[in-house]
Design a protein around this ligand. Structure first.
Ligand code: MN
Length: 408
């Protein structure tokens, strides 16, 4: 049987999600593991262990997502009560769209209002094999055949769950292809997850009750929600500080003069595992997924969470660029009450010697006058914002501490 192309299989997954808004992987990046690369002998392929993961997901309702690697994607089922080790407990499992392999490493918070909004915990992970493969049939072929026929049998080798399980499709009407083809608006194909009778079956022991922390990080759902929420400043999104309009620039040692670019004003909420760019109208920013990913990579490289303020501008030389002018939160510190020059020092230290594609700091000059105007014009600035060097960040307010002059 021909292998399904990865692109086809993930169409539904991608259509349901706005990757400018959610920290979930798009599945377009190269998988971190080079597992699919290179040629394998038939024997090696047959023994190759496939990945599985179970994620605990507090969305509209709590459920466990069972995901099994087949043909370069994660076949996925939402299991409201989670898997049981008791062969007498058949658990409902609703098949959902295929997910990219990278999803198997996702733990974090999907923003409110996005598809599946809520907290996701890595609850169990490991490898599995098809345990009713025909001779000469490799694991993935056996899983494909089982999926088509509506009965999958597989042996989990997880950190928490072990043993042989079956998934049995109950409604013949809802075909598997219904989901895979993205016609998933109708009822989801229903399966039952059943523990086979083997040495690992237990009637007296419910793993869902026993394990309530992340298998990857040891965190509870509450920890993850608190630490990975798309806004490190808390549930409340903050508004940007706004300048007063001015005819002329103020002068004096207590002022600095900053590059202003036309474009949407954007706050970037970034943690090592979650990032979101939000316009001041509350909407996610169009065509800025690369910028968001780059900032996410910076956060995971530095282990810092931060909130930046800036403008997403289309610049002649660098194209779509996030021109960063302020930082409101950094590495556990809320910086709103710090003077501008302290915040500026923070951004400079965050970006110091780190190239972040599509992102740069706003240019700042120390003196007003003809030299500043010449500099601004020759660099194509759209305006100049004078900022009082000692001023705090007044979220959501117009302030006389910032004064804006357009360049005509
Ligand atoms: Mn889910």
């Amino acid at each position: 049987m021909a292998r399904k192309k990865k692109g086809d299989s993930l169409t539904t997954y991608r259509r349901k999600r706005d990757f400018r808004a959610t920290p979930e992987p798009s599945g377009r990046a190269k998988p971190a593991r080079g597992k699919k690369a290179g040629r394998k002998t038939a024997a090696a392929r047959k023994r190759a262990r496939l990945a599985f993961v179970i994620q605990k997901h507090q969305a509209t309702s709590l459920h466990f997502d069972l995901r099994l690697e087949v043909d370069g994607v994660l076949k996925s089922w939402a299991v409201p009560k989670g898997l049981s080790l008791d062969p007498a407990n058949k658990r409902l499992a609703m098949e959902v769209e295929d997910h990219p392999l990278e999803y198997g490493e996702f733990e974090g918070v999907i923003p409110e209002g996005e598809y599946g909004g809520g907290t996701v915990m890595l609850w169990d992970r490991g490898t599995y094999f098809a345990d009713e493969a025909e001779p000469e049939e490799d694991d993935e072929a056996a899983m494909r055949r089982g999926h088509d026929s509506g009965k999958l049998s597989f042996f989990l080798e997880g950190e928490r769950l072990r043993g042989s399980f079956a998934l049995v499709r109950t409604d013949r009407g809802a075909r598997a292809t219904h989901v895979a083809r993205g016609e998933g608006r109708g009822p989801k194909p229903k399966w039952l997850a059943i523990k086979h009778r083997d040495d690992h079956a237990r009637g007296d022991h419910d793993p869902v009750e026993e394990y309530d922390t992340s298998v990857a990080t040891g965190r509870t759902m509450e920890d993850i929600t608190r630490e990975e929420g798309a806004s490190p400043l808390g549930a409340v999104s903050i508004g940007p500080m706004r300048p007063a309009r001015a005819e002329t620039l103020p002068e004096g040692d207590d002022w600095i003069y900053e590059e202003l670019r036309d474009g949407p004003r954007v706050l970037a909420y970034v943690t090592p595992t979650a990032h979101r760019l939000v316009q001041d109208n509350g909407k996610s920013v169009a065509r800025a997924a690369d910028i968001a990913d780059q900032l996410g990579a910076l956060a995971s490289r530095t282990g810092r969470g931060f909130v930046l303020d800036g403008v997403v501008a289309d610049l002649p030389r660098t194209g779509r660029t996030y021109v960063v002018s302020d930082i409101l939160y950094d590495d556990g510190d809320v910086l709103l009450d710090q003077p501008w020059h302290e915040r500026r020092a923070r951004i400079e230290s965050l970006f110091k010697r780190r190239r972040v594609r599509g992102v740069r700091l706003a240019d700042v000059r120390r003196r007003a006058g003809a030299t500043l105007e010449k500099h601004a014009r020759s660099n194509g600035w759209d305006g100049i914002i004078a900022k009082r060097s000692e001023s705090a960040y007044r979220a959501g307010e117009h302030s006389d501490d910032w004064r804006r002059v357009d360049i005509s």
